[in-house]
Ligand binder design. Structure first.
Ligand code: NI
Length: 174
């Protein structure tokens, strides 16, 4: 297992649509393990393969708190089958958009069809934080980011700010 580098805006890869997986083979399992390790390392609750620069429809989540037992779930080729009319709001961040939090309203529950790490097709309903997290990650697979929920002006401001931060050299005192 290894920790991968997470790409951040304005990297154009983040806007691309990820390709479905044909089979969960050795390479896919290795990628899934790396995604979990990378997500835990950076204290995220979800991570999509595109965020480490790989355009495959794979994502991992774990919304358990520090006190709880780990609850890693991997989704391959996830499809949203049903969404509730009832909505919920969370302030969302993203490992690919540093220091940015945006209030986003999404369906409170969703039913997802996906392939698990063992290659089995599953259908499962998710609620609350897990539902929001899975929807956020599925958006990544379709090239959609949380800043796409904002006006163009606000979005451009955030990208500009992050691009500027990236260019800043390391500060040293000698
Ligand atoms: Ni994200």
């Amino acid at each position: 297992m290894s920790i991968r580098q997470i790409i951040t805006v304005p990297d154009e890869t983040l806007k691309k649509i990820s390709e479905p997986i044909e089979k969960v083979g050795v390479n896919e399992k290795k990628l899934i393990n790396d995604l979990f390790e990378t997500m835990y390392n950076f204290n995220g609750i979800g991570l999509a393969a595109v965020q480490v620069g790989i355009l495959k429809r794979i994502l991992v989540v774990d919304v358990s708190s520090k006190e709880e037992k780990k609850n890693p779930i991997c989704f391959v080729n996830p499809i949203i089958k049903k969404i509730s009319n009832k909505m919920s709001v969370y302030e969302e961040g993203c490992l690919s958009i540093p220091d940015t939090f945006i209030e986003i309203e999404r369906p409170k529950t969703c039913e997802i069809e996906y392939i698990d790490i063992n290659g089995k097709i599953k259908t499962q309903e998710f609620d609350g934080l897990l539902s929001t997290c899975v929807q956020h990650e599925i958006n990544h697979l379709d090239g959609k980011l949380i800043i796409d929920h904002l006006s163009k002006l606000k979005k451009d401001m955030i990208i500009k700010k992050i691009s500027k931060l990236k260019k800043n050299p390391d500060r040293i005192i000698v």
